[in-house]
Design a protein around this ligand. Structure first.
Ligand SMILES: [Zn+2]
Length: 269
């Protein structure tokens, strides 16, 4: 088991012990307060030793939704929102999964209800520029940063929320000059690239699945790049089914986590 997984389990166990401790003490305080409290106070909690709690918690770790193979897949959806957004969210939900949508400014303005749906359904929102044009994005060192500032304002106007997650069109290498990248980091933007390119824009739905299989091989932490396209929506069910079967947890990117990108060089094992 990798060190990071051990860490996760230790944190989980500690939380479990703490929670049980709090529940246990609350029950003692509330004992006799209502019949329900009395009924709920069973011998399991009050007479359980710490060792037993840890053992039982470990059993819980090994089954059910908390089970973790340590494999994580971040499904990232570029170029929307679009008429496909709601359907993508539905398919993600079917697999109890959430994704991360990197959105283009004019599309947020054209599909504000879809922007709201992304947020309200618990998926993560990020930005994908105004121009989607490398000549405009890198005209000045500050140009890309300024485009994402515009994205932020548009997103805030629609949802009242903030995001600092961004994906550069065509990736942060080789097109992004170091000065442009630095300007984004200095402005606290978190730049995300990918390590599983489905090449969905030029593939049919079977080929998309094949690409996922090929590029995810031997990687435990994958950032999957898809776009809001017809063939992608057609393949998504199969792709998510495959990744679930391979033991990947399908998680949204969180605002607080460190980004993975070509500059940091932390996308591959
Ligand atoms: Zn794009």
């Amino acid at each position: 088991m990798e060190a990071k997984n051990k860490g996760k389990i230790i944190i989980f166990l500690s939380t479990g012990v703490l929670t049980l401790g709090i529940i246990s003490s609350n029950i003692k305080i509330g004992y006799g307060y209502t019949k329900n409290h009395k009924d709920f106070r069973n011998e399991n909690l009050s007479d359980t030793t710490i060792t037993e709690i840890i053992y039982n918690t470990t059993q819980e770790v090994n089954k059910g939704p908390m089970k973790s193979s340590g494999k994580v897949a971040y499904i990232t959806i570029d170029d929307g929102p679009s008429k496909y957004t709601d359907r993508i969210i539905e398919i993600l939900d079917k697999y109890n999964a959430k994704g991360t949508f990197f959105m283009i400014d004019r599309n947020m303005k054209s599909y504000p209800e879809q922007v709201k749906n992304i947020v309200e359904s618990g998926n993560t929102a990020g930005f994908h520029s105004v121009s989607h044009d490398i000549h405009k994005l890198y005209k000045k060192n500050i140009s890309a940063k300024e485009e994402f500032d515009i994205n932020r304002k548009t997103f805030y106007d629609i949802t009242g929320q903030e995001s600092s997650l961004v994906r550069l069109p065509y990736g942060s290498k080789p097109y992004t000059p170091s000065e442009s990248y630095k300007a984004l980091v200095d402005a606290n933007y978190k730049v995300w690239d990918w390590n599983v390119d489905t090449e969905d824009w030029k593939s049919d739905s079977n080929k998309i699945l094949e690409n996922v299989k090929m590029y995810s091989k031997n990687e435990d932490d994958i950032v999957v790049l898809i776009h809001e396209k017809k063939q992608t929506v057609e393949s998504l069910d199969k792709v998510l089914k495959y990744l679930s079967e391979q033991g990947y947890e399908l998680l949204p990117i969180s605002q607080s986590q460190d980004p993975k990108n070509f500059w940091i060089g932390n996308l591959y094992k």
